[in-house]
Design a protein around this ligand. Sequence first.
Ligand code: HEC
Length: 140
Amino acid sequence: MKRIRIFLMMVLVCLVTKLSAQSPKPISKSVMENGKTIYLSRCLACHQVDGGGVPHLNAPLDGASAVIAADKAKLIRIVLKGYSDRVEIDGEYYSNNMSAHADLKDQQVADVLTYIRNSWSNKATAVTAAEVKAVRAKLK
Ligand code: HEC
C-alpha cells in the first residue's frame, strides 16, 4: 500500500514538472488571424507572402535570426521607427528602406510580430501589447 502511494506521488511530481515546463504559451488563433491581416496590408509588398523578402532589396523574415530572437524590443522598434540601417543581416545587405508603422496600435504591432515569429518556419514566443507600449514610451 505504502509503495503504491509513493509511486503515485512520483507520477504526480512528474506530471507537475512536465506541465510547468511547457513554456511558450500556445498562441491564440485570433491573434494569428489579426496579425496576418496586418501583415497582408502592411508588410506583404516588401517581405512577400512567404516571408522570403526580395534578394538584396528587402530582408527575409522567414528563418531570420532577429525575427525569432529573444530580444523583442528590437523588433518592436523596427516596426515603430522603420529600418534603413543597411547593416549586415544574416550575411546579406538590403538596399530598400523600411517605412515606419507607428500609426499601428500597440495590439496590432504585437499581433503582426507574433504572426511573423510564428509563420513559415519560424517559431517563437508571442509579443504582447504591454511590451509594445513599453518600447513606444521609450521612443518618445
Ligand atoms: C517598403 C518596404 C518594407 C515594408 C512595407 C516593410 N518592411 Fe520590414 N524591412 C524592409 C527592409 C528593406 C528591411 C532591411 C532594412 C535594412 O537592411 O536596413 C526590413 C527589415 C525588417 C525586419 C528585420 C529583419 C532582420 O532579420 O533583422 C523586420 C523584423 C521587419 N522588416 C518587419 C516588418 C514588418 C512586421 C512589416 C509590416 C508591419 C514590415 N517589415 C514592412 C522593408 C520593408
